[in-house]
Design a protein around this ligand. Structure first.
Ligand SMILES: Cc1cc2nc3c(=O)[nH]c(=O)nc-3n(C[C@H](O)[C@H](O)[C@H](O)COP(=O)(O)OP(=O)(O)OC[C@H]3O[C@@H](n4cnc5c(N)ncnc54)[C@H](O)[C@@H]3O)c2cc1C
Length: 499
């Protein structure tokens, strides 16, 4: 049988993952990427001796990474050095309170007990249940392609889904266990990674609490981009042809309507790659509505407009000429009105009036990401997607953030800024063709779960598949790795090949 030639679009985690799986199965794979560098939203930005991870900074679910590299006979420890952070992170609350979340379960239970007597027993029970959900969710549910309801309608799976609290909200589930507001905030926080509020997120996703509190927060020395580098190395070793600065602009079709040619823009001019199949790892909406001809789109513009997107972000990459002592590696500034900021993201989209934000100080752990004696500071403010992004809209937030940092650390970082870059909606659109400037894809709400997510398979073009954070299983680095695996398995099945 002829070896299928597959073009993978995009070098984000999902595209890289798909390229590796397909190449290992024997396909001839070409990966094309519009940008000059690899990694998509996890690219590296280097300036004045600072090395900033542009997107993800939380390394959760280490088992998923281990499993990914294990498929190829590699170990994470041979690719990069992982360090468990302890404390995992700090939350700043209103009223000058803060909470350091320890790696040790004994210490964590003591904190719970101190804030709410009796809660350590409930925490143990909560985590036992979330472990079951984690094992069922990550070990089974996310591996299903979500192409048909039949994947979920066998009785055991259905019963399991109900036991997994698919129909209860994360908010009510947490409220059933804890009442101290700081504990509630701590237990609700991880689902924010999934792009929706706890009231709109199924309690199935308390599996994220297990990932957070039991499996822990890790850091790959050198930064998150080390994962990208390891995956590019793996892809090349498997024979994947990697083409950067290669932006897909259209497809050429054969008589049966299948894609025969991928057409793209390169600095040297228009280029084409012949293929038997295509895996689209670029933003789904872009491929569906901007690259495909309208009659070949899977979904209408109205469909896309009605999707609940995960937030966009306003990010500041800041280089400081001194150490911002007092901040940990991961710091959540939940010291403002949570409800108001949430409304300004989800129900009444606007630039936030008094935002919550996140500060990553990777140089607290890793001296290689900043010049000696200096600090690498990444600030992220979640924002509604689709906002009008102008310099004047971004402008007030830097001083807001710096003032709130000063209140906690006791010194004003502003005079120490030696490098500053802001990044928001316009950049997401320009760099990644992101729909409405979203940062994390599609929210994991109940009505956007499994078969209800945009399909991994085109309904109109027989050899076109989709992967990445706008399809199954959803946003985040571990889901993107899994997404590449799931789409590869489905595509290979089509060619009677195995993963
Ligand atoms: C600011 C930020 C912080 C985050 N924090 C975390 C975190 O801490 N932990 C975590 O687990 N997750 C985090 N995430 C989410 C995680 O990074 C993403 O879910 C994941 O990286 C998405 O991977 P992807 O492959 O789906 O998409 P992408 O990384 O966007 O990859 C898509 C690729 O397609 C390319 N492309 C687009 N159009 C074309 C075209 N026409 N031709 C060729 N190529 C094209 C793009 O340039 C891009 O490289 C964060 C995301 C952001 C943005």
């Amino acid at each position: 049988m002829k070896v299928p030639e597959v073009v993978v679009i995009g070098s984000g985690f999902s595209g890289l993952s798909a390229a590796c799986f397909l190449a290992r199965a024997g396909a001839k794979v070409t990966l094309v990427e519009k940008n000059a560098t690899w990694g998509g939203r996890a690219r590296l930005y280097e300036a004045q001796g600072f090395r900033f991870d542009m997107g993800p900074s939380w390394y959760w679910m280490p088992d998923v990474f281990e499993r990914f590299f294990g498929h190829f006979g590699r170990k994470v420890s041979d690719q990069y050095t992982l360090q468990r952070l302890d404390p995992s992170y700090r939350i700043y609350f209103e009223g000058n309170r803060s909470l350091d979340v320890p790696a040790s379960m004994v210490e964590l239970e003591a904190i719970f007990e101190g804030l709410e007597p009796g809660s350590s027993v409930r925490l143990r029970q909560f985590l036992k249940e979330s472990q079951i959900k984690y094992e069922a969710g990550i070990g089974d549910l996310v591996q299903r392609p979500g192409l048909s309801m039949f994947e979920y309608t066998n009785l055991t799976v259905l019963k399991g889904l109900l036991e997994l609290d698919l129909l209860r909200s994360m908010k009510s589930y947490v409220a059933r266990h804890f009442s101290h507001p700081d504990l509630v905030r701590l237990m609700e926080f991880p689902v924010l990674f999934l792009g929706a509020m706890p009231e709109n997120t199924p309690a199935l996703y308390s599996l994220m609490n297990y990932a957070d509190l039991a499996l822990g927060t890790w850091y790959p020395l050198g930064g998150m981009h080390k994962i990208v580098e390891a995956m590019v190395d793996l892809a090349e070793s498997l024979g994947v042809q990697m083409k950067s600065n290669w932006e897909v602009t259209g497809f050429g079709y054969g008589p049966n309507g299948a894609i025969e040619r991928v057409e793209g823009k390169t600095p040297q001019g228009i280029s084409t790659v012949c293929c038997d199949a295509v895996v689209g790892g670029a933003d789904y909406h872009h491929l569906d509505r901007e690259v495909l001809e309208p009659e070949k789109s899977n979904y209408t513009e109205r469909y896309w407009d009605r999707r609940k997107l995960a937030p966009s972000s306003l990010i500041f990459y800041i280089g400081l000429d001194r150490k911002l002592e007092g901040l940990l590696h991961h710091n959540l500034f939940f010291d403002a009105d949570f409800g108001r900021h949430a409304r300004e993201i989800y129900s009444d989209p606007r630039w936030p009036s008094d935002p919550l934000f996140y500060v990553c100080r990777a140089s607290a752990t890793d001296p290689t990401v900043a010049p000696e004696g200096m600090d690498n500071v990444f600030v992220l403010i979640p924002t509604a997607p689709g906002l009008e992004d102008t310099p004047s809209a971004r402008e007030p937030y830097l001083s807001t953030v710096l003032q709130r940092i000063e209140q906690r650390c006791g010194f004003n970082p502003e005079p120490h800024i030696v490098h500053l870059r802001s990044y928001a909606h316009r950049d997401f659109v320009e760099d990644y063709h992101s729909y409405k400037g979203n940062a994390y894809g599609l929210a994991n709400t109940l009505d956007q779960t499994a078969v209800l997510k945009p399909s991994i398979k085109s309904k109109k073009v027989p050899n076109l598949w989709f992967t990445g954070q706008l399809t199954n299983p959803g946003p985040g680095v571990p889901p993107a790795l899994i997404s590449g695996e799931v789409v590869s398995r489905a595509l290979l099945k089509h060619y009677s090949m195995e993963l």
